[in-house]
Design a protein around this ligand. Sequence first.
Ligand code: UD1
Length: 386
Amino acid sequence: MKIISVVGARPNFMKIAPFIKAIEAHNKVSGDKVEHILVHTGQHYDDRMSRAFFEELGIPDADINLGIGSGTHAEQVGNTMIEFEKVLKENKPDWVVIVGDVNAILACSVTAKKEHINCCHIEAGLRSGDMTMPEEINRLVADRISDLLLTPDRLSSENLRKEGVPESKIKFTGNIMIDTLENNRKKAAGMSITDIIKQNAVNSNEFKMNGNEVPDFALMTLHRPSNVDKKEVLGPIVRFMLDEVCPERPLLWTIHPRTRKMLDYFGLLDEIMSNKNLFVLEPLGYLEMLKLNMHARVILTDSGGLQEECTVLGTPCLTLRWNTERPITLTEHGGASVLVGNNIAHIREEYHAALKKGRKPVSPELWDGHTAERCLEEILNYKAAL
Ligand code: UD1
């Protein structure tokens, strides 16, 4: 069997790594080998957004890089389709496997189906209900036309059923990103927080930690257009951090390229860079982020993946969004995350509540580190059932 799997942007890399390992393990013991081709669309191209993850997660170099780069959504999707069609015509795979919700999944699922190639979506069925999110449109299209929908939780399977997806297409296999977390927990635990800060510092503050002291810091990531593209939204969030978080404890802020550009454009970057308790960091590697997550007192983020990792690690998490496609991570479903939108009164209230909470790790069903094997099995079985 020949499988082409596709990655495009940072959150894809931790999802594809275990899938590739599952293929390698299968090929070691089975006479019926899987031929695998890894395609990178090139949406994320900076070393820190892409190459670093390949290296530390042991992902082999992409066989094909489409070199799409930045652009409007239509440019990214359109250019990916044009280039991916050539790849499919030349390689004629049995399956195209897509992961997550970035632009690559929309472009590549449509292209695959037009070439009459089976398509499997890993992390299917997530729904925010928010059509202003580009990722929601990507998910809806990919799930509507894919042949095999592998879901991370039962709520996602239920979403697909409600949309009329036939039962035979829906398989609950668990959360593949947690495979990567489990594979890397030990390695991350051995890292040094001060070294991580030193090696990724954008401003020149020195983070001091004495001996066995339990660190007390807040950690923030922001990248969604809804939070960073408007000054009237980003400005008050920055003020809250500078005026209310930084005077109490160090704030570690790992800055996405989009956010950095916007902070600069709005004239907010200088004050951030010069605050003595705000540690501005480059985009971190996977292990570095995992280590900081293991120790953060509270995380403020708009990343879906971090919401999930916080749930497994038990880190109190304020999600700066009004909705989530990952309700299983919310405290009302037993997770660690609370939706706070971008309303400052709300953020303040939940920030203080989070500080009082302890770390409470939970493991949702099938977030057990073995999802990739189940995903591959479903693809292989699907073929057998034809
Ligand atoms: C993308 C994904 C989002 C994911 C996020 C994680 C879509 C629709 N969005 O959003 O789901 O959560 O990645 O990071 O696919 N840039 C660089 N260097 C890079 C990559 C991007 O400087 O390596 C710049 C681009 O020039 C652009 C901005 O960052 O100005 C945004 O990049 P883009 O790929 O459009 O979307 P993300 O916001 O990263």
